[in-house]
Design a protein around this ligand. Structure first.
Ligand SMILES: *[C@@H]1O[C@H](CO)[C@@H](O)[C@H](O)[C@H]1NC(C)=O
Ligand SMILES: *[C@@H]1O[C@H](CO)[C@@H](O)[C@H](O)[C@H]1NC(C)=O
Ligand SMILES: *[C@@H]1O[C@H](CO)[C@@H](O)[C@H](O)[C@H]1NC(C)=O
Ligand SMILES: *[C@@H]1O[C@H](CO)[C@@H](O)[C@H](O)[C@H]1NC(C)=O
Length: 330
């Protein structure tokens, strides 16, 4: 058995064969399991423990560099702790974006000047809570719906949380196995969307769609697709229109982000796989050249800065942030 496991885990380094779990981490492991209500079978527990230790090491190694001033952001253990990168990837992955989506060409030629150096829609009252998509690849729904909530807030001054579940259940082309924000916008244009309260999130697709409720329906007129790779255009939209839906390439360091300025050279611009909402931008107090986007994620409030991330801005379109940026028009 052990020999077999050794072969299985060889790619992890040989640690498993010679030293199994690190007993010093027992208390930490138990408390992590309690925090995230984990209850494994005995067999699974030893596997999960090793994955967790490996992830903890990844986090600690990174944070050591942060303390030495070699990284601008730090990581923290969270709900992803017992998952391999393959698992987090397949759990949250979105398929490739559709090719035939028309960008707004006028915006490409526009010049963007006189924009404020800081914008934070949360400070204007756009404070819908951060939610958790759980094990459903529905970031596309959270991102698109978030942008509509932003426009609804700007138009009516009201904070209404809109339904993600309706998009998951009612749109035949999208599900918990993934989708893309454009599909969500299309649905909200054709059929509209009800409130979260009316059609709450279940993190699972239910094919019987409840599209005939008595709840008020919000429809959008269209969605605008910003020019590719232009952070200036994104900045302009965030400042003048409101929260914008974006998609980035989220790699391991992204999953464990806890705070600081997220600056990552390993992510790719063309492998985008996670959608979020830009709710503003700003810069570091100590260094005005270190600018960031304020991203709202859908991985719960225990992830990142209470559910948000400071993601380096004007840093050569980091992780492809400006490649697929959309805002809805109500
Ligand atoms: C864990 O699961 C087992 C079997 O399903 C169950 O008997 C046990 O009560 C559970 N423990 C906790 C702490 O939930
Ligand atoms: C994105 O892709 C990377 C591999 O390039 C993978 O490790 C990661 O888990 C994926 N992220 C999401 C959110 O699916
Ligand atoms: C799906 O939705 C229908 C209608 O609301 C409900 O009766 C059914 O229990 C749901 N199924 C699941 C698996 O949640
Ligand atoms: C609700 O969904 C059904 C099946 O997809 C469709 O036939 C019907 O037209 C929809 N109703 C509304 C009000 O969108």
């Amino acid at each position: 058995m052990k020999f077999f496991l050794c072969l299985l885990f060889l790619c992890w380094g040989l640690s498993y064969c010679f030293s199994t779990k690190n007993l010093k981490l027992d208390t930490k492991w138990e408390s992590w399991k309690t925090t995230y209500s984990k209850n494994y079978s005995e067999k699974e527990e030893s596997f999960r423990r090793l994955v967790w230790e490996k992830n903890l090491k990844f986090i600690n190694d990174h944070n050591r560099l942060y303390k030495e001033g070699k990284k601008t952001y730090f990581l923290g253990m969270n709900a992803f702790g017992d998952m391999t990168i393959k698992e987090t990837g397949s759990m949250l992955n979105i398929p490739l974006p559709p090719v035939r989506i028309r960008r707004n060409t006028k915006l490409k030629k526009a010049t963007y000047s006189g924009l404020p150096k800081r914008v934070d829609w949360r400070k204007h009252g756009f404070r819908n809570p951060v939610r958790n998509q759980w094990g459903c690849a529905s970031c596309w729904a959270f991102s698109a719906v978030g942008a509509v909530e932003g426009q609804l807030f700007r138009k009516t001054g009201k904070l209404v949380e809109l339904s993600k579940q309706m998009l998951i259940d009612c749109d035949r082309q999208q599900s918990c196995r993934g989708g893309f924000v454009t599909g969500a916008f299309k649905y909200m244009k054709n059929k509209g969307i009800v409130s979260e309260e009316c059609y709450p999130y279940k993190a699972k697709k239910n094919k019987s769609c409840l599209n005939e409720t008595n709840c008020p329906v919000t429809k959008i007129k269209k969605h605008v697709f910003l020019p590719s790779g232009k952070e200036q255009a994104l900045m302009h939209a965030v400042a003048t229109v409101g929260p914008v839906s974006v998609t980035v390439h989220a790699i391991k360091s992204f999953f464990y982000y806890r705070g600081g300025l997220y600056s990552e050279t390993k992510c790719k611009k063309r492998q985008i796989n996670h959608s979020l909402l830009v709710v503003g931008y700003g810069y570091e107090k100590k260094d005005e050249n270190k600018k960031y986007w304020i991203l709202k994620n859908s991985w719960g409030a225990n992830w990142g800065k209470k559910g948000y991330m400071h993601f380096q801005k004007d840093y050569n379109n980091q992780c492809g942030i400006a490649n697929y940026a959309f805002y809805p028009v109500l």
